[in-house]
Ligand binder design. Structure first.
Ligand code: GLN
Length: 194
């Protein structure tokens, strides 16, 4: 069976691999299109989306990854990964482009300086008890198309989890809080798509 690939250009890809290890799902670092094509799913980790964009472009990965996602490769983004999977980035850096995959508009660093990092418990679609969620300079989903399913919201209604077909993304970082159930949901999407 093909493993899940975690894009290892920048950000917390090691934590994602450790989270999959904890639930006995095989995951490997990927840095080339051949490595990505040997995988059944792709994770875009948290980090800094403008840097992920710049490195993907420098290494000639931007367009091939965009095409793989558009072609149906199951993909999971956290935080900067959510930003990279949006169809529109509000307040992006000048030359920043997303891979796309989700018909959503995302605002970067949406919580400002006052509250740039915090933790809270959230309901998550498909998981039967609350999920502990760490937000770190997190984005918010400000607009979704009708094709997008909302999987998680803050108490005030702000959207922090979305899914469209085989592409899912969240504003927060389960990979840093030992929360494995969202990675398990993604592994199910990958298994169903195989
Ligand atoms: N603020 C970062 C960005 O714009 C995302 C932060 C994160 O991934 N923890 O990409």
């Amino acid at each position: 069976m093909k493993p899940i690939g975690v894009l290892a250009l920048q950000g917390d890809y090691r934590e994602h691999i450790a989270t999959f290890d904890a639930i006995a799902v095989e995951a490997i670092k990927v840095r080339s299109i051949d490595e990505i094509d040997a995988c059944a799913g792709l994770v875009i980790p948290g980090g800094e989306s403008s840097v992920i964009h710049r490195l993907a472009s420098t290494y000639g990965l931007f367009e091939p990854i965009r095409q793989r996602i558009a072609g149906g490769l199951p993909t999971f983004g956290t935080c900067a990964g959510l930003i990279m999977l949006a169809s529109e980035i509000l307040d992006k850096t000048d030359d920043q482009e997303p891979f796309g995959g989700l018909e959503v508009s995302v605002r970067r660093n949406a919580f400002g300086n006052q509250l740039d990092s915090f933790e809270t418990d959230l309901a998550f679609k498909g998981i039967d008890s609350l999920v502990h969620a760490a937000f770190i300079r997190a984005p918010i989903v400000e607009k979704v198309s009708e094709a997008v399913e909302i999987t998680a919201q803050l108490d005030d209604g702000r959207i922090v989890g979305v899914r469209q077909g085989n592409v899912m993304a969240i504003s927060f970082h389960p990979e840093v809080t030992a929360e494995t159930r969202i990675h398990a949901l993604f592994a199910e999407i990958v298994a169903a798509a195989r």
